[in-house]
Design a protein around this ligand. Structure first.
Ligand code: FAD
Ligand code: ZN
Length: 473
């Protein structure tokens, strides 16, 4: 059966399109932390949209599970097949053309396998901005970003990936192609189908192309690293900066002191950004459509008022692009910088913005009580209420013994999150990691509707089985 699959697909696409050697398959079957490892009958790398459709039709006719993969940077195991070896892993990496850049309409149309950074660069070359930005941008692909509805650091100003989409092209499980590519800013002609596939984590079809919004490039940007005493002050500072800068406040990220310690210890070239030590740090960015002077003035005004109000202990405004990039490299490097500190129990949660500080107080107290000596490193997108509530093991503790607390700690933190009306997956999705937690937190009617949609669009259940929803077969 597996041999037949490989033979038939090789006949269809040529042997260059298939990887069957286990060593060559390995990079596709391990995710970067090695938390999920899978097996596949073949890694299949179509070069055209038509080939994607033909592969799906074949899989549907023969009951072969299909696991779509972009850059393999997902954090919930959605892109990793199970251990059975029955599935094919459908890599979009070779579908990587930029199809069109329309500067007048502000639309870029691309294949799903275009790497996010390439997309940003293409926009930049056309003197436009594609604002999606995240730590994995050098490897993740737009099809993956769409399928996970990725968030990142630009959400405050530009929204999640979902908000950047005008149209999609999707290969359906039965091999039909839905051409929903569109440049329209307004189109009220019935159900907005693109939103079904955005965030579906490959469980409904394969995204092959997208038309995406471009924005004017800011003419001036200023970035500041700000020392404060607690997340409560950070929330006040956030309101104040929004009042002063309005939509020009394009990022507002928070990290605790221990994150700076990890960064200076574990990441090359990082220095303590401020002279003294502060309990918490805010990384704020202002982008002005007018110019550098305007960005500087807005940031200065925010800082002066917040010093007067006693909200801020110390602040440094990046004096060069290099320094601003260094602040961002620190923010994006936090997950990496945590690695040498041993085991880390992670949560990707969101709560209403006004509740972030109270949530942090409560969740930090809870995990410290649970595992005395553990080192909470909650950081993230305070401006949109999304905190990566990571907890590093106590110094010198046994890694495995600490990680044995994973599920109970998750339960505890998720219970606090839901009490604040929050979400247990703010931006990374459900995949296999949180699949069995979903029924406990999701509205039962919503869950039933999801199942109805899944069964209607993918009646044979070939698309990424066992991800998001339990496999009903
Ligand atoms: P993959 O990992 O390959 O796949 C992710 C999911 O999408 C899988 O379920 C897969 O089956 C499905 N899929 C992929 N391509 C397609 C397609 N064409 N059609 C249908 N389904 C498809 N995420 C954030 O939201 N915000 C962050 O700030 C962020 N920071 C990160 C930082 C680091 C260092 C790392 C490693 C990850 C980070 N992530 C973040 C998670 C990850 O980068 C995102 O989820 C990203 O959108 C995944 O893109 P990918 O191309 O790697 O997708
Ligand atoms: Zn994030």
């Amino acid at each position: 059966m597996l041999a037949d699959t490989v033979r038939d697909l090789t006949q269809m696409l040529g042997d260059q399109a298939l990887i069957t050697d286990p060593d060559d398959q390995a990079p596709f079957l391990h995710e970067w932390r090695d938390r999920y490892v899978g097996k596949a009958a073949a890694v299949v790398q179509p070069r055209t949209v038509d080939e994607v459709c033909r592969v799906l039709r074949f899989a549907n006719d023969n009951g072969v599970p299909v696991v779509p993969q972009g850059g393999n940077t997902g954090l919930v195991g959605g892109q990793t097949p199970d251990q059975s070896g029955n599935a094919i892993l459908l890599s979009l990496a070779r579908l990587n053309r930029v199809r069109e850049v329309d500067t007048v309409g502000g639309v870029i149309t691309v294949d799903a396998g275009v790497v996010l950074q390439t997309l940003q660069d293409e926009a930049d070359k056309a003197d436009r901005l594609f604002p999606l930005s995240l730590g994995a941008e050098g490897s993740c692909m737009i099809g993956g970003n769409l399928s996970t509805n990725a968030g990142g650091t630009g959400v405050l100003a530009y929204g999640n990936t979902r908000d950047l989409v005008l149209g999609l092209e999707v290969a359906l499980p039965d091999g039909r192609l839905w051409n929903g590519l569109s440049k329209l800013r307004k189109d009220n002609t019935g159900y907005d189908l693109k939103h079904l596939f955005i965030g579906a984590e490959g469980t409904l079809g394969v995204i092959t192309g997208a038309s995406l919004k471009l924005f004017p490039k800011p003419k001036g940007m200023r970035t500041a690293m700000i020392g404060i005493t607690s997340p409560h002050e950070a929330l006040k500072l956030f309101s104040l900066m929004q009042e002063v800068a309005g939509p020009a406040l394009t990022a507002f990220e928070i990290m605790p002191r221990i994150a700076i310690d990890f960064l200076t210890r574990n990441m090359d070239g990082v220095r303590d950004p401020l002279e003294g030590e502060h309990a918490w740090y805010v990384l704020a960015e202002i982008s002005s459509g007018r110019g550098e002077g305007d960005a500087e003035a807005l940031l200065m005004q925010s800082m002066e008022t917040s010093f007067e109000d006693g909200l801020v202990e110390d602040a440094v405004i990046a004096q060069s692009l290099d320094q601003a990039n260094m602040f961002w490299a620190m923010r994006h490097g936090l997950s990496e910088a945590q690695k040498p500190e041993g085991g880390s129990i992670k949560h990707d949660v969101s709560v209403p913005v006004a509740a972030v500080a109270d949530f942090l107080d409560e969740a930090i107290a809870a995990v410290v009580e649970m595992v005395p000596g553990c080192r909470p490193v909650p950081f993230g997108h305070l401006g949109d209420g999304n905190i990566h509530f990571n907890v590093s093991q106590p110094e010198g503790a046994d890694r495995a013994a600490f990680l044995a607390n994973y599920e109970t700690m998750n339960e505890r933190v998720h219970a606090i999150t839901t009490r604040y009306g929050g979400s247990i997956s703010a931006e990374h999705g459900i995949g296999q990691a949180k699949r069995d937690l979903l029924p406990g937190v999701k509205d039962a009617v919503a869950l039933a509707l999801m199942r109805t949609l899944k069964d209607a669009i993918d009646p044979k259940g070939i698309m990424n089985p066992g991800k998001v929803l339990a496999d009903s077969r």
